[in-house]
Design a protein. Structure first.
Length: 253
């Protein structure tokens, strides 16, 4: 049987990048999928290609984060699984980050997952049904580079939220886990490298050559792992924030 057969899955931030890969993997594994994103043309195309339902939403608004769950329940009667994959990676250091940039990171990278989880867990508890949640976090939760200060701050908060919520709802049989993903090859990362770091067309090859495994993180590999965590095959695991990366944090040369 497919890993997510007959499960209703919401992927917030599912229109591109890692989120889109998770949508595709979840559909392949038998799920009924709802995805959100800000870009209608991208989200609607992915929905048409996969049979998923696209809901346009700016998750910086906490009401829209909660509404993503409401729309899922309205469409399919329930929510079994939630993935928080939306992310903002704009640059800022401790010294040059403005309050506005800081608030943007908190809104997308922390507040939106919080209120989506709030709504999803409420539905699961009301139905007295088990469920699973996976938060896409970042290895920057361990500290991150100086130019990702607000991003690292928000992602560290999301890691803490993941563990807190998993502990709070373990007796409800709602499993909540997170992935601290590392440097990943996505279209968004390509745009970021060009906009903020002056990267050329060969940046992927150069970046891959500098990694221990000789490649950047791959979307399909991350998506398969997320599907596993959402599924019953991951057993009882909850409250785990897994470093999905080729760097070993805490190791020293």
């Amino acid at each position: 049987m497919a890993l997510l057969q007959d499960k209703v899955v919401l992927v917030n931030g599912g229109s591109q990048g890692v989120g889109a890969g998770i949508v595709q993997a979840a559909v392949r594994e038998g799920a009924t999928v709802v995805l959100t994103g800000r870009r209608a043309e991208v989200g609607e195309k992915l929905a048409a290609d996969t049979g998923a339902l696209f809901v346009r939403a700016d998750l910086a608004d906490p009401a829209r984060a909660r509404d993503s769950v409401t729309r899922t329940v309205q469409a399919h009667g329930r929510i079994d699984c939630l993935v928080n994959a939306a992310g903002l990676t704009s640059r800022g250091s401790l010294l040059d980050t403005t309050p506005e940039l800081f608030d943007q990171h908190i809104a997308i990278n922390l507040r939106a997952p919080f209120f989506a989880m709030q709504a999803a867990v409420a539905d699961m508890k009301d139905r007295e049904a088990p469920g699973t949640i996976v938060n896409i976090i970042s290895n920057c939760a361990h500290g991150g580079p100086p130019y990702l200060a607000p991003y690292s701050t928000a992602k560290a908060g999301l890691a803490g939220l993941t563990v807190n919520a998993a502990h709070a709802h373990r007796w409800d049989r709602i499993r909540i886990n997170g992935l601290n993903i590392g440097w990943t090859d996505t279209e968004g990362e390509d745009a970021t490298q060009r906009a903020f770091h002056g990267a050329g067309d060969d940046w992927r090859e150069k970046a891959a050559a500098a990694q221990p495994m000789g490649k950047l993180g791959q979307v399909d590999e991350i998506a398969d792992f997320v599907v596993f965590l959402l599924s019953d095959r991951s057993g009882v695991v909850t409250g785990s924030v897994i470093d999905w990366d080729q760097n070993v944090f805490g190791g020293m040369d």
